[in-house]
Design a protein around this ligand. Structure first.
Ligand code: ADP
Ligand code: MG
Length: 349
C-alpha cells in the first residue's frame, strides 16, 4: 500500500467504521482468553467465573472538545463517562480506569488539577478506581485517552450481535438533548467571536448544556437489570446517534428493524430548541449523538414485565434482515432508516 501512489485510499472515503473493519480483518485472536476482540462496545476477556470487559476512547482537542466553552473539570468527567458507558453497554460493572494525557506547556498545573478533579469526581460517583496511565507532551492540543475495565458474570455479558427476531427495541432516557446543547454552545461561541463584550444567552437551557457537558453513563440501568432479572439479548450505547447505533446492532445481529417516530423519546426542551434552530427534533434524536443512553433489545415475551417502566421507551422491534431498516413517521409513512451519525473522518461543522 505504500509503493503505489495511485492505489492510495483516502481515510475519509473509508470512514471510521470502514477503517475499523479494515483493522479487524487483519487481526486473528490467538489466546483462548480473548473472547471478544474488535467490534463491540468493549473487548471481553475470560477471567474465571467472571468476564472482564475492556474499552478505550480517545478525545482530541479541536475534534471532540472545544476548550473555549468546555470547562476542564467537565471534560475530565465526560472523558471517564464515555468509557464507562461502553462498559455498561456490555451489561458489565465498571471497576478500574487508566488515564493517558498528551499535554502542551500551554497548560498550567492548575489546568491539570481541574481536569483530574473531574476525572476523580466521576471515579467517586461510579465507584471506579484510577489505577494508572501515561503522560506525555503534545506540540499544541490536549489529548485524553482513557481505558476502562469492567466485570460481569459470564452469562450476563450482552453483545451487539445477538438481537433476535421480534425482539422489542428499547432506549433509555431521552435523545437529541446533547446535540442541542452543542448547538447552543457553538452559537454563543460565534456571537462571542463577533462581539467579545456580548453576554452569553444560554436561556433556560441548563438541561441541554448538562447533557452535552456532563453526560452520565447508565450504570443505574445495569443495576436495575441485575435486580429485576432482565437480560437483554443485544445492547449498544448511543454515542453516534440512534439511527447509526440501531443499524450497527442490526447489522452485527444479521437482522432488520422497524422503528416508530412517535415512540422516540425527546424532551420538550430539546423539541422547542430544535425548532428555534430550524431543525427537526426527530432528526436531532436520530443523528445527534453523544446521548450516552443505552439501546437494547429484549424478547417480546418480557413485554408485560417492562411495559410500565419509565426509565426506558419501547421504540420498535427487530425484523427479518430482508425487511431492511425501516422507520415509520407520525403520518404512518414508511421510510428507510438512514444514519448520518458521527464519523471520525467527517467532522461536524
Ligand atoms: P464505541 O463507539 O462503542 O467506542 P468504536 O466505534 O470506537 O466503539 O469501536 C468499535 C470497535 O472497534 C471496538 O471493539 C474498538 O475496540 C475497536 N477499535 C476502534 N479503533 C481501533 C483501532 N485503531 N485498533 C483496533 N481496534 C479498534
Ligand atoms: Mg459504544
Amino acid at each position: 500500500m505504500f509503493e503505489n501512489q495511485n492505489s492510495r485510499t483516502e481515510l475519509n472515503a473509508l470512514g471510521e467504521f470502514g477503517l475499523i473493519r479494515y483493522i479487524r480483518d487483519q487481526v486473528q485472536l490467538k489466546n483462548k482468553s480473548s473472547l471478544q476482540g474488535i467490534g463491540d462496545d468493549a473487548a471481553v476477556i475470560f477471567h474465571g467465573d467472571e468476564h472482564l470487559v475492556i474499552t478505550t476512547d480517545m478525545l482530541v482537542e479541536g475534534v471532540h472538545f472545544d476548550l473555549s466553552y468546555t470547562p476542564l473539570k467537565h471534560l475530565g468527567y465526560k472523558s471517564v463517562v464515555v468509557n464507562l458507558s461502553d462498559v455498561c453497554a456490555m451489561n458489565a460493572f465498571p471497576k478500574q480506569i487508566t488515564v493517558s494525557i498528551a499535554i502542551s506547556n500551554r497548560f498550567s498545573l492548575d489546568a491539570v488539577e481541574e481536569l483530574y478533579s473531574g476525572i476523580l469526581q466521576a471515579c467517586e460517583f461510579y465507584n471506579v478506581d484510577l489505577v494508572g496511565g501515561d503522560t506525555t507532551t503534545s506540540p499544541s492540543g490536549l489529548v485524553i485517552s482513557i481505558t476502562a475495565i469492567g466485570a460481569a458474570p459470564k452469562e450476563k455479558i450482552v453483545y451487539r450481535n445477538a438481537a433476535k427476531l421480534n425482539d422489542l427495541i428499547c432506549v433509555t432516557g431521552d435523545l437529541g438533548a446533547a446535540y442541542m446543547g452543542l448547538q447552543i454552545l457553538e452559537r454563543e461561541k460565534r456571537v462571542f467571536l463577533e462581539n467579545p463584550s456580548a453576554q452569553p444567552d444560554l436561556g433556560a437551557a441548563d438541561y441541554l448544556l448538562e447533557r452535552q457537558l456532563k453526560p452520565e453513563a447508565r450504570l443505574d440501568i445495569i443495576r436495575n437489570f441485575e435486580s429485576s432479572g432482565i437480560q437483554p439479548n443485544a445492547m449498544i450505547d448511543i454515542s453516534d446517534g440512534l439511527a447509526s447505533e440501531i443499524m450497527h446492532l442490526c447489522k452485527e445481529s444479521g437482522m432488520g428493524c422497524q422503528v416508530y417516530e412517535e415512540k422516540i423519546p425527546v424532551d420538550h426542551l430539546t423539541r422547542e430548541t430544535a425548532r428555534e434552530f430550524g431543525l427537526d427534533p426527530t432528526v436531532c434524536a436520530l443523528n445527534g449523538g453523544e446521548d450516552y443512553e443505552l439501546l437494547f433489545t429484549i424478547p417480546l415475551a418480557l413485554y408485560d414485565q417492562i411495559k410500565d417502566r419509565t426509565e426506558f421507551s419501547i421504540i420498535g422491534h427487530i425484523t427479518d434482515a430482508n425487511a431492511g431498516y425501516t422507520f415509520v413517521d407520525r403520518q404512518n409513512n414508511v421510510h428507510e432508516l438512514k444514519a448520518q451519525g458521527w464519523d471520525a473522518f467527517h467532522q461536524r461543522s
